[in-house]
Design a protein around this ligand. Structure first.
Ligand code: DC
Length: 450
């Protein structure tokens, strides 16, 4: 099993009272998948803290304890060290303290590791719901849903759910309580509630539960990648013989002597052309990452490289010169044009090389290319290109990880409340989260291989 190619993981985010839990439970049941309720996990940790007298502001003690306890979902109920605590975690005491527990960065980091592990272990697929799933926990998910509803409607649903009468007074109080939680969730410093740029936004204000579930099922079905044949992945799609020969030669060098491995290649064959967005640690990234795809790619390369023979050479191999240190409209337009015309482009969103292990942040160019071209973006992670000599001696691994294609589904919704600059920053954040997750998988895979 290719570790870059997951069973379907449906990521559902949304504010308090948007109906996530009900929808996620129904969806998991209908599709035969595991349901992971991340809110319940933060609640369970809060319950442990209350029982054991751990302060909810003691991030170190909370995250230490989190590493020791067992959490498991059994038929939609949460078990804590074997005890079913599904009711206990809904007490007023827990509810009033859980947002303090979930605000600690250290706690969230440990929780995310757990949540990813749970999802990966679910071979039949998982429906996972929370506040930061599409943006932080599973940035590589192929199916992200952001459930929303008007505050008034969410207040009404909460009252009904709690079995209280829906009168004007209660409604107003609940509305205020929910608006307060929205502020806490969206303004918190670490992993705030955000709409992932590639999420399908569903406003459920005027929809029935069945209708919402139905839409989610449709998105989930569309997200299951069509089976790609070995032949299709390995077909050579070149119009330039010289380009094909160059790729062939590079592959010969990198695969054999340097032991290059490629993961997730089946992610890129389903559609026609892509914006490949790769991390950048060495001058060798373009030939290494470029050689894994058996197709021509456009590149952007700094204008200084375009003098003399080398300049003519890279121009021949589809490099577009870009002047750095300022906005180069001409280069970006040429790149967008190439993508729109059906070509693929390999792009390095960080702009300049970064030390290995510390990727990012992405510059605005990525957001602009993705938005203006409308072409799916595939995050690509390379490792080892900065230590080729060690790769030759097999002391380091030369690897390329290809993520799934991400589409900019939420653009119109985001444009209603955000500036272009803010949207591009969010796109950059998503890309970075994807690269970090691919890097984590590479570490794990290396550990398992020994
Ligand atoms: O959805 P809920 O009410 O069970 O969530 C409980 C708390 O946990 C709430 O304060 C938000 C927080 N939470 C979070 O910060 N991140 C998640 N992924 C899920 C929940």
């Amino acid at each position: 099993m290719d570790p870059a190619f997951d069973p379907l993981q449906i990521a559902i985010d949304g504010p308090a009272g948007s109906g996530k839990s009900t929808v996620a439970a129904r969806l998991a049941h209908e599709l035969g998948m595991v349901h992971v309720d991340t809110g319940a996990m933060y609640r369970a940790l809060t319950l442990v803290a209350r029982r054991e007298g751990i302060g909810v502001d003691d991030a170190a003690a909370l995250s230490r304890r989190l590493l020791e306890i067992e959490m498991e979902f059994v038929e939609g109920r949460i078990h804590l060290d074997g005890e079913d605590v599904s009711e206990a975690i809904r007490s007023n005491g827990v509810t009033s303290q859980v947002s303090q527990v979930s605000a600690h960065e250290q706690v969230r980091r440990a929780m995310v590791v757990r949540q990813r592990r749970m999802c990966r272990a679910a071979r039949q697929g998982a429906v996972i719901e929370g506040r930061d799933i599409g943006s932080v926990v599973l940035p590589l998910s192929r199916c992200k849903i952001y459930l929303d509803a008007a505050v008034e409607e969410r207040a009404r649903r909460r009252l009904l759910q709690q079995g209280e009468p829906v009168d004007a007074d209660r409604l107003e109080r609940m509305r205020e309580e929910i608006a307060r939680r929205d502020r806490l969730d969206t303004e918190r410093e670490h992993s705030p509630l955000v709409i992932a740029p590639d999420a399908h936004v569903i406003d459920s204000t005027a929809l029935t539960l069945d209708e919402v579930v139905q839409r989610c099922v449709e998105h989930a079905r569309a997200a299951v990648p069509a089976p790609v044949s070995h032949k299709e992945i390995h077909a050579w799609r070149f119009t330039m013989r010289s380009y094909q020969a160059a790729v062939w030669l590079l592959r010969l060098v990198f695969f054999r002597p340097f032991g290059m491995r490629v993961y997730g290649l089946a992610n890129q064959a389903a559609d026609r052309n892509f914006l490949f967005a790769c991390n950048h640690i060495s001058h060798f990234d373009p030939p290494v990452a470029g050689s894994v795809f058996r197709r021509e790619l456009y590149f952007l390369a700094k204008a200084e490289l375009f003098g003399g023979f080398f300049g003519r050479l890279i121009r021949h191999f589809r490099a577009i010169p870009i002047r750095r240190g300022r906005w180069d409209e001409q280069a970006m337009s040429a790149a967008v044009e190439a993508l729109r015309s059906g070509a693929s482009l390999m792009f390095f969103p960080e702009g300049t090389r970064k030390p290995a292990g510390r990727p990012g942040p992405a510059k605005r160019g990525l957001g602009i290319l993705w938005e203006e071209s409308g072409v799916p973006m595939i995050p690509v992670y390379v490792r080892g290109t900065d230590r080729l000599r060690r790769c030759l001696l097999r002391r380091e691994r030369l690897e390329v990880w290809v993520g799934p294609p991400l589409r900019l589904h939420a653009l119109e919704v985001l444009q209603k409340t955000m500036t272009a600059q803010q949207i591009h920053r969010r796109i950059g954040d998503l890309w970075l989260a994807c690269i970090e997750e691919l890097a984590e998988r590479s570490e794990q895979e290396g550990g398992e291989r020994g």
